[in-house]
Structures are given as C-alpha cells and as structure tokens.
Design a protein around this ligand. Structure first.
Ligand code: FMN
Length: 199
C-alpha cells in the first residue's frame, strides 16, 4: 500500500492555490492507486521551530549519550523523519514568498536534514539516505518564473530540488501555477497548471 505525504505550507486553506494544485496531484495519484493512504502535514498549523541551541546540541550528540533535554528537543525532528521515511510519495505545496519558500517549509527542512540519518558524507561527498521516493512540488506564484525576465528570481524550485536531492530524493516533478497576480493570466492559471499534471 503506498503512502502519500501531503506537505502544506500555505496558511490560506481552501483559498490556497498551492493546496488546490497539490490536491489535484493527489486526486490523480489516488485514481491510479485507490488504496493509497494520504497523510497531511500542515506546517502552518503545527510549525517547526527555528533551530535553536537545544536542537543543535541534540542533533550533534550521539544518541547513546542523549539527555532528557536532548530527547525532548529532537522528538519532533525524529517524528518528521519517520513520516518522510514512511512515505512513498511526497507532495509539497509551495507558495512563493518574496522569491523563496515560506519559512514554515524551511523550518521543516531544517528538522529533516540530519547527518547520519537523512544524509551522510562519504569519500565521494554527500550521500542522501532518503531513497526510493517520488516527489511532486506544487508551486504557486504571483509572477511568472518558468521563463522570461523573472526566471532568475525563482529561489523556490531550484532550492527545493537541491534540498530534496541532498537527502536522496532525486525523482522530482514540478508543477507550476504561475501568473496568479497578473490580470489576463490569473483567471486561468490554476486550471492550466492542473491540466499540465503528468504523473
Ligand atoms: C507574503 C507573500 C509574499 C509573496 N511573494 C511573492 C513573490 O516574491 N513572487 C511572486 O511571484 N508572488 C509572490 N506572492 C504571491 C503568492 O506566491 C501567490 O499569491 C500564491 O498563490 C500564494 O500561494 P497560496 O495561494 O498557496 O497561498 C507572495 C504572496 C505573499 C502572501
């Protein structure tokens, strides 16, 4: 039975384009595999904290030496890693905020990247340990970044792909709803994005 992890990073609920686009991707995945189970990870309702000293101390202390404080500090990171390891497919809804990803998504990434657990450094450099997954990124942007003058300002897609690749997720499909703030384009942008979904 396949498991889909639906990662939400827009706080806009039913009005959110990235959530609607991610849901359309998930509907198509479930049409292919009706038994697939979807787990929703809404990072806006349960945000991960910015990394603080307690988290870093716990990350870099060997597990056998963990104190109660280390264990408490690392518990959400451990849970997030279990969820991503358990999933076969990860669907990330990503609005563009000021050319980058929402900070809630960055915080989740910060709690997932753990040396020795989700990546390691070997003789050939970094090696991702979260392997055998498929990821979809449902991107929503006010402007247009797939081509044209603003293409160089997209720090959403290259960054998410770099991060996922670093932890071992290299099979990534990007679907963009773009031009959502541009009159004449915004009216059809989401429908065009949904029509462009190819699993
Ligand atoms: C705080 C904020 C910052 C934004 N920054 C950008 C931006 O830099 N570039 C852009 O094209 N759109 C930007 N937008 C527009 C959003 O990307 C767009 O409204 C998108 O639909 C938001 O995703 P959502 O509908 O899933 O919430 C911004 C919107 C907000 C609320």
């Amino acid at each position: 039975m396949s498991k889909i992890l639906n990662v939400i990073s827009s706080p806009r609920g039913e009005a959110s384009n990235s959530i609607k686009l991610a849901n359309a991707i998930i509907d198509q995945l479930r049409a292919q595999d009706p038994a697939a189970v979807v787990e929703v990870k809404d990072l806006t309702k349960s945000p991960f904290p910015h990394l603080e000293e307690v988290h870093l101390n716990a990350f870099f202390t060997p597990i056998e030496h963990h104190t109660e404080e280390n264990k408490a500090a690392i518990s959400h990171s451990n849970q997030a890693i279990r969820e991503i390891m358990d999933a076969n497919v990860i669907v990330i809804g990503a609005p563009m905020y000021n050319f980058g990803i929402p900070s809630v998504l960055k915080s989740w990434f910060d709690h997932i990247a753990r040396a020795g657990i989700t990546f390691k450094y070997g003789a050939n450099g970094p090696e991702g340990l979260v392997t055998g997954k498929k990821a979809y990124i449902a991107v929503a942007t006010g402007g247009i970044y797939s081509s044209g003058d603003s293409a160089g300002y997209d720090f959403v897609v290259p960054y998410i792909k770099a991060f996922l690749g670093f932890i071992g997720i290299t099979d990534v499909t990007v679907i963009r709803a773009e031009g959502l703030a541009i009159p004449g384009i915004q009216e059809t942008a989401l429908d065009k994005a949904i029509d462009s979904i190819q699993l």
